[in-house]
Design a binder for this molecule. Structure first.
Ligand code: SF4
Length: 466
């Protein structure tokens, strides 16, 4: 048994990460059994679940979307906010109930929550019906843990700097768009964030392996790749022979895959060279997610974000000027400890200046083990909620205004599937990552088609085939 340790998770040494080849030495021994996989949180988790699904399929399990049908349940969890924890523990309650009826049901918990000491202690002490707990560093141990599962709870979670895995196989959610992991972990240690503790230090994959993966995806008919990492534009800094993210992006663009996206960028690592690279290649999409977090330089400093309000605005301006028709979205945290009304007004000022295409807005959630958790907070929850409501009103208005500008225009849309709300419509995304619903034939799924935008809403567009 290995338990997580937050102190160990913080440690950073000069030791280079090892490159490991994944091995798949197991047999289909659970045929006729079903798995239920539930994913919480960010794109990184969604992509990790594609790896988990592959292992389960290789063991012979078939996927079910109905919890009650499952022989094994895997929860891939998120630790970014407290309410994510509550949801998972709520869900475990349902699983426990199910296990009363199906004693052979295997319950597995993975993802970022498994990397937290307090969570694993709680699982150990209060949730003995959870059979397997695995962490973000050893997803590839899951098949063995399932094969070896006994009556006793098995917890294997490592708090280490971490390695780089190559030749990982995935059972991907889509045949049109694919996530490509370019790096693991993060070294930024923003004071509110748990990721550097749950995911380990920054470890970049080798450029050649990433380009090869994109080439193979293109060969397999994929139309779009999203390069994935907690801090993509710091890519390559940790390699023995450092490479920049724009060098990687150029190589990926030269594969001629039709669409390339990337998430998430940190303003501190966003160089002019990168902006020029995005502007130069037609197949790098003019869409950037650029987390602001706060518009107050005082709060940004307390957050450890490494940029000021003015530096963010300057970068924003440069991106807007150099990348034609670029759309920019952001993340904003409201109610960081002791955020004053003046601080909050600075955030609104940046929002008014930048007029983002969209923003993910959150109330600050203290995370165990992070420095910000130790700050005594004087702002009430009610006040934070009021600020969030004020912010959302403005953010949504700008989102609508930006969408309105597209009415009557022709946009290239990559169709991904049938709309959930109307089965006569397809949904897809513009180059600038705007969701479009169009009455169209399903034969167009997977194709990039010119669409005339007929109506703009705050969070989507309606259109017709042009
Ligand atoms: S850069 Fe992002 S992932 Fe890394 S510590 Fe900061 S907020 Fe967390």
């Amino acid at each position: 048994m290995h338990l997580p340790n937050l102190e160990e998770a913080k440690i950073r040494t000069d030791k280079k990460s090892e490159i490991k080849n994944n091995s798949y030495d197991f047999k289909k021994q659970f045929q006729n059994q079903k798995f239920y996989l539930k994913t919480y949180g960010c794109q990184m988790n969604v992509h990790d679940s594609e790896e988990i699904r592959k292992y389960l399929e290789m063991l012979g399990y078939q996927e079910t979307k109905t919890l009650e049908e499952a022989d094994i349940v895997v929860l891939n969890t998120c630790a970014i906010r407290e309410n994510a924890h509550d949801k998972v523990f709520g869900y475990l309650g349902r699983c426990k109930h199910l296990k009363h009826e199906k004693p052979n049901l295997l319950i597995c918990l993975g993802g970022c929550m498994s990397q937290e000491e307090s969570v694993v202690n709680e699982i150990k002490n209060k949730h003995p019906y959870v059979d397997i707990v695995f962490g973000t560093h050893n997803i590839n141990d899951l098949p063995k843990m399932i094969i070896d599962a006994k009556e006793k709870q098995n917890i294997e979670v490592y708090s280490i700097e971490g390695n780089v895995y190559e030749n990982v196989l995935y059972s991907r959610d889509s045949k049109i768009t694919a996530w490509v992991n370019i790096m693991y972990g993060c070294d930024k240690f923003c004071t509110y964030c748990i990721v550097p503790y749950t995911r380990g230090k920054q470890r970049s994959r080798r450029l050649e392996s990433i380009v090869k993966e994109v080439e193979e995806l293109k060969e397999a008919g994929y139309k779009e790749v999203t390069l994935l990492g907690q801090n993509v534009n710091a890519y390559g800094k940790d390699l023995e022979e450092p490479v920049t993210f724009s060098e990687l992006l150029e190589k990926v663009a030269e594969t001629k895959i039709p669409r390339i996206r990337f998430v998430t960028s940190h303003p501190w690592d966003f160089t002019s060279e990168l902006i020029e690279c995005i502007a130069k290649y037609e197949n790098i999409m003019p869409y950037i997610h650029l987390p602001l977090q706060s518009g107050s330089s005082r709060i940004l400093k307390l957050m450890g974000r490494r940029y000021t309000k003015e530096e963010y605005l300057k970068l924003f301006q440069e991106i807007k000027e150099k990348i034609k028709d670029v759309s920019i979205t952001t993340d904003i945290i409201v109610g960081f400890p002791n955020e004053t009304e003046e601080d909050f007004l600075e955030t609104l000022d940046v929002v008014n200046k930048c007029q983002f295409d969209g923003a993910f807005t959150f109330i600050y959630s203290p995370r165990e083990g992070t420095p910000a958790r130790l700050i005594k907070d004087s702002v009430s929850q009610k006040e934070k909620e009021e600020r969030l409501a004020r912010l959302n009103k403005i953010v949504n208005q700008y989102s609508l205004n930006n969408n309105k500008k597209l009415e009557g225009k022709i946009e290239e849309v990559l169709f991904l599937g049938v709309s959930e709300k109307d089965d006569k419509k397809l949904y897809g995304y513009t180059k600038t990552m705007k969701l479009v619903n169009v009455k169209a034939d399903s034969t167009l799924i997977g194709q990039i088609v010119p669409v005339k935008i007929t109506e703009a809403k705050s969070f989507s567009l309606d259109g017709e085939i042009a």
